[in-house]
Design a protein around this ligand. Structure first.
Ligand code: MG
Length: 161
């Protein structure tokens, strides 16, 4: 079996009065993430990791934020689009590992729900999805609570022809 690895990164700015969508779930918070879609930086980073593993471009070229059809869209749509693109190229998602860097809110209580929703979007068992949360120790734009950063790594299998 041949395995390929991809990495994805995303960051979004916080704004008051928007729902906070991360990992396919809504997390109670005073602020949400600004974005053309629902702003789910976890699912965006995963989408880019999948496309990167398959050398199939990136989220911005496949789902441009100038296209009104993606406005306010559930970002699970982008994950599904990447999974489908992999399938057409003879590949399948193996696993993903994600680190979310956010000063607040505290994400640990939501990690299991995020893993479950993300696994559903990826069409893999939940034990193939790892999500870890950390703060930035008060430093920089994350530390000031201006936004959230996400790093995702994905492995994909080349499926036998
Ligand atoms: Mg994004």
């Amino acid at each position: 079996m041949s395995v390929r690895l991809g990495v994805g990164y995303d960051s979004h700015r916080f704004a008051a009065g928007r729902p906070l969508r991360l990992g396919g779930v809504t997390i109670p918070h005073t602020h949400g993430l600004v974005g053309h879609s629902d702003g789910d930086a976890v699912l965006h980073a995963i989408t880019d990791a999948l496309l990167g593993a398959a050398a199939l471009g990136d989220i911005g070229s496949r789902f441009p934020d100038t296209d009104p059809q993606w406005k306010g869209k559930d970002s699970a749509t982008f994950v599904a689009g990447a999974v489908d693109a992999l399938g057409r190229s003879g590949m399948a998602v193996h696993q993903v590992d994600v680190t979310v860097i956010a000063e607040r809110p505290r994400l640990a209580p939501h990690v299991d729900a995020m893993r479950a929703a993300t696994a559903t979007a990826l069409r893999v068992p939940v034990d193939r999805v790892s999500i870890k949360a950390k703060t930035n120790e008060g430093m920089g734009w994350v530390g000031r609570g201006e936004g959230i950063g996400v790093i995702a790594v994905a492995t994909v299998r080349e499926t036998p022809a």
